[in-house]
Design a protein around this ligand. Structure first.
Ligand SMILES: *[C@@H]1O[C@H](CO)[C@@H](O)[C@H](O)[C@H]1NC(C)=O
Ligand SMILES: *[C@@H]1O[C@H](CO)[C@@H](O)[C@H](O)[C@H]1NC(C)=O
Ligand SMILES: *[C@@H]1O[C@H](CO)[C@@H](O)[C@H](O)[C@H]1NC(C)=O
Ligand SMILES: *[C@@H]1O[C@H](CO)[C@@H](O)[C@H](O)[C@H]1NC(C)=O
Ligand SMILES: *[C@@H]1O[C@H](CO)[C@@H](O)[C@H](O)[C@H]1NC(C)=O
Ligand SMILES: *[C@@H]1O[C@H](CO)[C@@H](O)[C@H](O)[C@H]1NC(C)=O
Length: 391
């Protein structure tokens, strides 16, 4: 396998229509960053598992469950791929898939057996409807465009299981055509119904409707530099995973997980961006932080990052990491920070800046780089995000 690429701010969804018009489609929208040879697709997951002595997905993606009379709290382990992508197990019908939980989109889909690209090039597991007794098909088709490519196929229904939780009649896509590969098979969208390209109720909202979860919240605890240890908690939060109290901020427009950010800049350095307030979304499906080009250039220059056209990313000298300041974000007028050891992603001595731009973007995208030091709880009923420093 030759040089392939990893999709850095991969699947923040620009659902087919509206957003695509706003966003002039620059090459940034097909952000396929070529990175060093360690980053192959296809069998990478299995090779990684072997490397870390993890023999099965099930072992990495272990689940603990606490069931009460009012529903469960499910802690699902996430598999961390090089700090860039996080994935989990989910089954559709009786088949198991590796899915990326994505708070930046709202659709669930899996590769289908017609998708030769998914099977041959991406080495994905393909959904076979005839293996499922609960599968119901519709003749409706869909096409979703993400930051990193697009998928199309048919809209269908089946039973979905996440750990011990069961969702009956979940709308999902069976992909028959795709232009993107990843370390996972499919995506589980966790934003609002308003963003769904299939007009579907997303899985978590169905878990609430079907009274499977204790509370109407899910949380992410992302851990750096280890394939294991990251968690997605469905139906609750775990206060042992963060310090102090959660800071709540309202979701300003329930489509993406959009909130007001009051500042983004470096500790003790000159701040220029987002003074007062600007729109931002919390997106587990994006690895880095994405913002408007001018603001991103300013932040990158402050840390001495230079644009690398090979990778279409900004990089810094790895030797300088320990001299860089903490990155800080103000949310609900509270300060949250990320240390340079976390916000600079070192992939085989290519040290990647967290800041990447997207022309025409109307809001900031706050990705995993932030969540790898800050625990985030999402409440789609009360329309709040709650944040605290991770332990
Ligand atoms: C989805 O639609 C877009 C625009 O019509 C098209 O360019 C793209 O190829 C389609 N994607 C797939 C996977 O069919
Ligand atoms: C499954 O969901 C779809 C769309 O939400 C609905 O049209 C259909 O009636 C449902 N089927 C069952 C068996 O509940
Ligand atoms: C997949 O997309 C390509 C290019 O858009 C098209 O030629 C082909 O017919 C599509 N295949 C399927 C199975 O939809
Ligand atoms: C989604 O929200 C936007 C405004 O935020 C609204 O214009 C649009 O009609 C909504 N779409 C759906 C499908 O609810
Ligand atoms: C919360 O997290 C801690 C630390 O990982 C763990 O020991 C504990 O079992 C978790 N509690 C629940 C209820 O899952
Ligand atoms: C970057 O990662 C490589 C391994 O890929 C490691 O050898 C090197 O020490 C790391 N550099 C820094 C500055 O952490």
């Amino acid at each position: 396998m030759g040089l392939r690429f990893v999709l850095l701010f991969s699947f923040c969804c620009f659902a087919a229509n509206a957003e695509l018009h706003h966003l002039k489609l620059t090459r940034h929208n097909h952000k396929e960053h070529k990175l060093p040879h360690t980053l192959g697709h296809g069998n990478i997951r299995n090779r990684l598992r072997q490397k870390y002595g993890l023999d099965s997905v099930a072992k990495v993606n272990a689940v603990t469950s606490h069931t009460t009379s009012t529903g469960s709290v499910e802690s699902q382990s996430l598999f961390n791929y090089l700090n860039l992508q996080f994935s989990m197990d989910l089954s559709i019908g009786t088949q198991l898939f590796t899915m990326a939980p994505d708070t930046g989109s709202s659709d669930l889909w899996a590769p289908g057996k017609e998708c030769t690209f998914c099977i041959n090039t991406c080495k994905n597991t393909a959904f076979n409807p005839s293996d499922s007794k609960t599968f119901v098909s519709s003749k409706q088709t869909f096409n979703i465009t993400y930051g990193s490519g697009s998928v199309s196929g048919t809209v269908d229904f089946d039973t979905v299981k996440i750990g011990h939780l069961t969702i009956l009649n979940q709308t999902f896509g069976v992909v028959d055509n795709s232009t993107m590969c990843s370390t996972f098979d499919g995506i589980m969208g966790m934003a609002f119904p308003n963003l769904s390209a299939m007009g579907a109720v997303p899985p978590f909202q169905n878990l609430i409707a079907q009274k499977q979860v204790k509370d109407s919240v899910f949380s992410f605890y992302l851990k750096s530099d280890s394939p294991a240890g990251s968690l997605m908690i469905l139906g609750g939060s775990n206060s042992s995973l963060y310090s102090g109290e959660l800071t709540y901020t309202p979701v300003t427009k329930p489509r993406y997980w959009m909130f007001k950010m009051n500042l983004i800049g470096f500790y003790q350095w000159d701040y220029r961006n987002c003074l007062g307030s600007c729109d931002a979304i919390m997106d587990t499906g994006t690895s880095l932080i994405v913002g408007p080009p001018k603001a991103i250039d300013f932040l990158n220059k402050q840390i001495g990052a230079t644009y690398n056209s090979n990778y279409d990313l900004w990089t810094v000298n790895c030797a300088k990491i320990s001299t860089l300041p903490n990155l800080k974000l103000h949310i609900a007028y509270e300060e949250f920070y990320v240390t340079p050891q976390t916000y600079i992603t070192n992939i085989s001595n290519v040290c990647i800046s967290p800041f990447t731009s997207l022309a025409g973007l109307q809001f900031w995208i706050i990705g995993d780089v932030f969540m790898r030091e800050n625990y985030v709880e999402f409440n789609p009923v009360k329309l709040t995000l709650a944040i605290a420093r991770s332990k």
